[in-house]
Design a protein. Sequence first.
Length: 184
Amino acid sequence: MVIREAKEIDASSIAKVVVDTWRTTYTSIVPQNYLDSLSYQNTTNRWQERLSNTPKLWPGWFTYVAVDENGHVIGFSGGGPSNGYSLPFSGELGFIYLLKSQQRQGIGRQLAVAVALRLKKQGHNSMLVWVFSANPYRAFYESLGGRPVAERESEKYGASILETAYGWKDLEIFENIQRPDLKF
């Protein structure tokens, strides 16, 4: 497995991971009609736009992909400067998705590490991530040392969704989590 910077050509592979992951993870969180409406093509279009315009539209943001030995994108993560939220965290793990078949192998951990270390190189010393409070995998963030720091409720995807922010006050912790043989 290799983690590398995402390219515009990865958009359709990222879209497949997004749609498949949402449909397997969020079935009891997000209304089924929203999950059924997810489209590989629409999601590909959004990711092509995002990857081609990141520096202009989202300064400081970046995306990594995890690619298996056959060259298939099996997961991705990304981050950048925090959007504020009135919380004392300068960086943000904006997204992390991994195909269900690839979970519990350390790949998600390495995707999170890649984001944290990139944020650290950008001068950020802390990071947060917002997750659905009902997400069955939120213990993943706790296993990386993240601590719940805030909650919010918002109307999205046709429902009222409760989210929890996990925060890391010091990104140095990710230096100790990184596999020495993994380069990004």
